[in-house]
Design a binder for this molecule. Structure first.
Ligand SMILES: [Zn+2]
Length: 276
């Protein structure tokens, strides 16, 4: 009787355990991708010596800079850029208010549910990540609720240490938020967010050393006094991509070396994950 009770208690306890992605057995022989998008970070900062020292020290591939790497969407704004990358095709997402049907499946749709981790606090990302399913932990933060003085990148990092699949999209967006909105010292807030991001990437790379890390941005920003803006600005078209990966995966990036844009980046990710 006592034995039966203990067994029952143990069974009940196991049902109460929180869902933990790490408990899912992953096929470690298959490539895992960590797509880290640092939102709205200009090439001017990425290529500047002081910023992203870890990424640049370890990068196997670095592309971009003035006129070498482009957004595909005309508006140079976030949601269309994420949509193009995730689908590897023009999704016809025209702006951040998009609420319609996507034209192409995304990587998140192509992979089994339990092998995708999309980690972001920007609720609008849900509109393009997956039509049918949304993997937590999305923060249900609306524009109204959004606090521009709060830091969310640290939470994205924290979740990324717990949730890990074959495809992981991490959206670090403090950079863009602060550049647009910090009422006090926007430049200082933007650059301090950049410095923290490099540290998060370093820790994640040490945690998942066999992953293919692709670090990029969704759009650039204006130049000079326009640096806080990006939509409709020609100089916001220029982006960049850095890759830190085990040597055996680097050949996948040959097309991207020839043509660096979001759609080619998306296709590269598809071909690595789906073995096309
Ligand atoms: Zn953005």
């Amino acid at each position: 009787m006592k034995k039966a009770f203990i067994l029952l208690a143990l069974t009940l306890l196991s049902f109460c355990q929180p869902y933990n992605r790490l408990e899912i057995k992953e096929d470690t022989t298959q490539p895992h991708i960590m797509l880290v998008v640092v939102d709205g970070v200009r090439y001017q900062e990425f290529f500047k010596e002081d910023y992203y020292p870890y990424v640049k020290k370890h990068a196997d591939i670095m592309l971009g800079g003035a006129t070498n790497c482009f957004t595909n969407n005309r508006k140079n704004c976030s949601l269309p850029a994420y949509a193009d990358i995730m689908a590897g095709a023009d999704q016809n997402v025209v702006n951040n208010s998009f609420n319609g049907d996507l034209e192409h499946y995304t990587i998140a749709d192509a992979l089994p549910y339990n092998q995708v981790a999309v980690i972001s606090y920007w609720y609008k990302l849900k509109r393009i990540v997956s039509k049918y399913k949304v993997f937590p932990p999305f923060y249900q933060v609306t524009d109204k609720e959004y606090d521009h003085h709060a830091r969310y990148d640290d939470k994205v990092y924290e979740y990324a240490t717990k949730y890990h699949g074959r495809f992981n999209l991490l959206m670090f967006a403090d950079t863009d938020s602060y550049a647009h909105s910090a009422k006090v010292r926007p430049w200082k807030m933007y650059t301090s967010a950049i410095k923290l991001q490099d540290g998060y990437i370093e820790k994640l790379h040490k945690l998942y050393p066999n992953d293919i890390f692709i670090i990029t941005t969704d759009h650039g920003r204006g130049a000079g006094r326009w640096w806080r803006r990006h939509v409709d600005r020609r100089d916001a078209k220029y982006v960049w991509v850095a890759v830190i990966a085990p040597q055996k995966y680097l050949f996948h990036f040959r097309d991207l070396r020839k043509k660096c844009d979001h759609i080619t980046l998306g296709r590269t990710i598809h071909s690595i994950l789906l073995g096309d």
